[in-house]
Design a protein around this ligand. Sequence first.
Ligand code: FAD
Length: 476
Amino acid sequence: MSEQHNFDLVVIGGGPGGYVAAIRAAQLGMKVACVDAFKGKDGGKMALGGTCLNVGCIPSKAMLDSSRQFHNLTHMFGDHGITADNAKIDVKTMVGRKDKIVKQFNGGVAGLFKANKVTAFHGFGSLHKGNVVKVKAHDGKDVELKGTNVILAAGSVSIELPFAKYDQKHIVDNIGVLDFESTPKRLGVIGAGVVGLEMGSVWRRLGAEVTILEALPDFLAAADADVAKVAMKEFKKQGLDIKLGCKVSKAEVKKNEVHLTYSDGKDDQKLVVDKLLVAVGRRAATEGLLGEDCGVKLTDRGFIEVDEHCHTGVDGVWAIGDCVRGPMLAHKASEEGIAVAEMIAGLPGHIDFNTVPWVIYTEPELAWVGQTEKQLKEAGIEYKVGTFPFAAIGRAVAMNETAGMVKVIAHAETDRILGMHLVGPNVSELVHEGVVAMEFKGSAEDLARICHAHPTLSEAVHEAALAVDKRAIHKQ
Ligand code: FAD
């Protein structure tokens, strides 16, 4: 029988949901264990940080940055009088840089665990009756952990299409696409969502011919329609070939190529690529997680069932992050982790889904918070809109990044901000003006009366807020 250890809290999963919950609980005086199964590239050692740090947010942004530098050098710097003949990119060095960043942060999380006295177990955890977590340890030293409380933070994995099984060589998911050894000549992507667009952008900037096949007829249906329209126009200019309403039915690997068959709604079409990224969404990683006797239920979509406080209904068992309902975003997972740790400690934990920001880190970036015009129309809520283009912002012109705009949506009567939608330079940062204003229940007038520094990109937010009341200064 395995050795048993007692903890105030046992967390399964060391991603941004789980590790943040573990640290917050330790800060609040709990004795905490965190079990994580992820094996790092560095000889399979423990690599805390989950999907986000190992094969998600951070490595994708590292590669977006490398590819952006290369693209700017080869395509954008001419206007500044900067030329570099025969500019080249060494993909292995780029991937190595990405791995170094990931490793640095794996060490950072391990350091935070040490500082906060969180005990980490490297292995696969499953939950059983009486809040017992059995750990199948990677070093063979299996243990049982008993938690007064348990948080399930198992995250998610990429959905596999039955006709396009991952071999991580020709047909890849978010893991394989971060580790190509050279730029593929032709990259196919199934799914024009966040992962497809970001990783498609990386390899396009490095010279790949990128074709993105999206089954839905609308581009980025979750985003504001005007923002999505600007983004589509810019992506097309960059050479991303995005085909909407195209359903793939076959993907066969033949002699180092992937042969795709898809329907464009009228006819069957063929596409041949060297690599295929499947990015059609993610599902909760619950395989093997829940012992038959643990009492935790799954929803019909395979997520762990929780109430609005992330409680599973089983005494002392909670679930957070990608493995439960709500947006699959790292910051949402972390906020839930903090809220649950605080609720366990008897504090009023709080999550406001309406002010969770969304970002797509393409060029231009897209970001939004709150509701879209479409959602407000469907809900029968009267609203007014102010927009302002980056083309009329001095700083954006100085940066040569004029595509895009800011849209502020406010309630027709109360003027309270209901949503902010942005597409353009650095909007991943600018969106937080909207988040803060909405958290403080601010109005468009509040934002319009706040002095913004000149010349900055933030002036577009200021002017869009003024435009809600038709008094933008620099708009004809
Ligand atoms: P995860 O990060 O998935 O962590 C779960 C951890 O639990 C993993 O380490 C897993 O190995 C481990 N685990 C699972 N089951 C067990 C078990 N039974 N026993 C032990 N360990 C287990 N989000 C953003 O907000 N911004 C971005 O820019 C962004 N970019 C992304 C880019 C890509 C390519 C991808 C794929 C995702 C991206 N995301 C981004 C989404 C983000 O990564 C997730 O929302 C986030 O990681 C969810 O955190 P989590 O803690 O719930 O789960």
